[in-house]
Design a protein around this ligand. Structure first.
Ligand SMILES: *Cc1c(COP(=O)(O)O)cnc(C)c1O
Length: 355
């Protein structure tokens, strides 16, 4: 049976990216070797990383003065690399959910942290957008998509200090005005590639302003100087990331992706809003296009597990909500087709009719 993959991460990739990766595992670029066993310094792989970087710049319209890095360590390593490299005395953070909290915890190891806004007391069901950033903050850190609670900030803020964003779970789902950011990072395993590679878009002139000694591997400058090749980069995930970028370009780029993502999310939110049984958990104006969180209304609460089982019989995988929200979370990442959303909505309607 065809599976409909709603996992929150690692998550669905395009068939194009998977097929091309399989081909390269068998024979990479006509080398007679697998991409699993080639030198990262071979000319064939150097071409891969250069093309991936160029497509990042093209698809996101990244201006001059920025570099794109592909490193290991996941977004979680960026939680400490960002303050290590950028926090002199004080940084501002928006507490929009679990991941933001983890970033805040790391920043506190390096200096003063001013949490300028938080929706914690409401269990993060809305995205905080009203705040003032102290002018003497070294940067403001935001998490654009709250993967766990299903809220998202789908616009680029104008702020008076350098802006740093964790875009792990919504990169490439809309055009981004990169010029408004000093640094954008994310783990690749939501919208780009299998787990193992972290992307970083960095404005080069923000570096070199802290006095502390930075360990070589955690210093952005090391990786800028060596083109992400200071040590062995995650070769296979970078290869797959390149395939995703090519797929995205063929599809029409981020603007077209945004149109498709909006259509998918509207289809599901509309079904939730018109349901007798299901109800969304987030405020309407904060709704994530990437992670749709919903639960059953109190009178049907005991049917939640039954619905997950029922959905499973339709090939629907990965809709169990995160333990901190409960209920359901349907992740509608870029590679998920509208068809899968329709299968989910049909299952919701059928289940509702059966009860
Ligand atoms: C998944 C996720 C992370 C964690 O990424 P790792 O690569 O596992 O460290 C961080 N931030 C956000 C927004 C995420 O969705």
């Amino acid at each position: 049976m065809k599976k409909h993959n709603f996992y929150a991460g690692p998550s669905i990739l395009s068939q194009y990216a998977i097929d091309n990766t399989i081909d390269a595992i068998r024979d990479f670029a006509g080398t007679g070797l697998s991409v699993l066993e080639i030198s990262h310094r071979s000319k064939e792989f150097t071409a891969v990383i250069e093309e991936a970087k160029a497509l990042f710049k093209e698809l996101l319209d990244i201006p001059e003065g920025y570099d794109v890095l592909f490193l290991g360590g996941g977004a979680s390593t960026q939680f400490c690399m960002v303050p290590y490299n950028l926090l002199k005395t004080k940084a501002a953070y928006v507490d929009s959910g679990t991941w933001a909290n983890k970033a805040i915890k790391e920043a506190k190891l390096f200096g003063e942290v001013d949490v300028v806004a938080s929706s914690k007391e409401d269990n993060y069901v809305w995205y905080p957008t009203e705040f003032t950033v102290p002018a003497d903050a070294d940067y403001l850190h935001i998490t654009t998509n709250n993967t766990i609670y299903g809220t998202e900030l789908r616009k680029d803020l104008d702020v008076n200090v350098p802006l740093v964003a964790d875009m792990s779970s919504d990169i490439f789902s809309r055009p981004v005005d990169v010029s408004k950011y000093a640094l954008i990072y994310g783990g690749a395993q939501k919208n780009l590639a299998p787990a193992g590679v972290t992307f970083i878009i960095i404005k080069k002139d923000i570096l070199g302003k802290v006095d502390r000694a930075i360990p070589t591997m955690l210093n952005y400058q090391t990786h800028i100087d060596k083109g992400s090749m200071f040590n062995t980069p995650p070769v296979l995930p970078i290869y797959t990331a390149l395939q995703t970028l090519k797929w995205l370009k063929q599809l029409g780029g981020v603007k077209e992706m945004q149109r498709i993502d909006e259509e998918k999310a509207a289809y599901l939110y509309d079904a939730i809003d018109n349901s007798r049984m299901f109800v969304g958990t987030t405020h309407e104006d904060s709704r994530s296009l990437m992670n749709v969180c919903f639960v059953m209304k109190p009178e049907y609460k005991e049917l939640e597990k039954d619905f997950i089982d029922f959905a499973g019989t339709k090939g629907i995988i990965g809709i169990k909500g995160h333990r901190s929200v409960g209920g359901f979370r349907a992740s509608l990442y870029n590679a998920l087709p509208l068809e899968s959303v329709k299968v989910l909505v049909d299952a919701m309607k059928e289940f509702e009719n059966n009860h």
